[in-house]
Design a protein around this ligand. Structure first.
Ligand SMILES: Nc1ncnc2c1ncn2[C@@H]1O[C@H](COP(=O)(O)OP(=O)(O)OP(=O)(O)O)[C@@H](O)[C@H]1O
Length: 291
């Protein structure tokens, strides 16, 4: 059984398209990265998943049951962080933790750990926090009751690099304990670091879904070198001159590539995988980027 099952999901706001036809599956214990340009339908899909928005058509199941508002059993098993999470502005952070603690009955030791990882200042009022510090409270509230499924909409936006790393490490630790994580983000390097599978949505349609390692394996390598020489390697494509030297894409064995490269007096050569950003930009750019 999949923890999340979305099949031909459609959502129209009146005549305006929210989702056209979204299909994706999330397995137990995996971290699934959900990405797409602005207005593609990510938040719409997540809100339907959380039972906050009715669908127009299709299937949306969580833990094998249709997503619907007020299903307390299901809600208990999920930790949700909306992209625009906000809390009582006049409450101190410590009071917010007590408030949600009374409802969710978390393990105090785990709350303490999260406060430490996220470097949360307990004495400030919520209203006085910066954007990034407010984000941390959203993360804390979503994770505190140690749910089986985490649904996180843009969790890392605004976090400083150290906190971001600690938060992503925590997600990996939760995954190792069997927690399933559905993560929407514009920060593709985060997705690349932690996700097992990735879904790309564009204009309300999930146009690509694959394992991260397959996605990267199917792609070519990027070779960057300096200074410039007009080199030729079999199977190279997109050869370009750059300010420092040159670059090309390459698909094939390493031996012929290294043999050719060794014939030149380079000061620097980098052979690297294509980044997730480069893979997805090629999909975004294949048609009009925005809807
Ligand atoms: N309440 C609403 N009423 C009308 N249209 C809406 C509403 N909410 C979303 N939409 C439209 O549905 C489409 C999908 O929006 P959605 O917010 O789901 O995209 P998104 O992928 O989350 O975008 P972003 O990355 O910018 O947050 C957009 O065209 C948006 O304008």
């Amino acid at each position: 059984m999949h923890v999340i099952e979305i099949q031909n999901l459609k959502k129209y706001y009146g005549t305006k398209r929210g989702l056209e036809s979204a299909t994706l599956y999330v397995k137990k214990g995996e971290i699934y990265g959900f990405i797409g340009p602005n207005g593609a339908g990510k938040t719409t899909l997540i809100r339907i998943l959380m039972g906050l928005l009715p669908k127009t058509d299709g299937v949306a199941n969580v833990f094998g049951k249709p997503c619907q508002m007020g299903d307390a059993d299901i809600q208990k098993r999920i930790g949700y962080m909306p992209s625009d999470a906000s809390f009582f502005p006049e409450y101190k952070v410590s009071e917010l933790i007590s408030f949600f603690g009374a409802i969710r009955k978390p393990n105090p030791k785990y709350v303490e750990k999260l406060c430490h990882i996220l470097d949360i200042d307990l004495d400030k009022t919520y209203a006085s926090l910066s954007f990034g510090n407010k984000k941390k409270i959203g993360i804390l509230v979503a994770l505190m009751h140690e749910p089986e499924l985490l649904v996180l909409d843009e969790p890392t936006t605004g976090l400083d690099p150290l906190i971001q790393k600690q938060f992503l490490d925590e997600l990996l630790e939760l995954k190792s304990k069997g927690v399933t994580i559905f993560l929407s983000s514009h920060v593709l390097s985060d997705i690349q670091k932690v996700c097992d599978r990735v879904g790309l949505i564009k204009n309300g349609i999930v146009i690509l879904e694959n394992d991260m390692h397959i996605l990267k394996k199917e792609e070519h390598k990027i070779v960057e070198f300096s200074p410039f020489y007009p080199i030729e390697v079999p199977n190279m494509i997109d050869f370009q001159k750059t300010a420092e030297g040159g670059t090309f894409k390459y698909q094939g064995g390493m031996t012929p590539l290294l043999k050719t490269l060794s014939q030149y007096e380079f000061t620097d050569v980098v052979i690297r995988d294509v980044s997730l950003e480069e893979i997805f930009l090629s999909y975004y750019e294949s048609e009009d980027y925005h809807d």
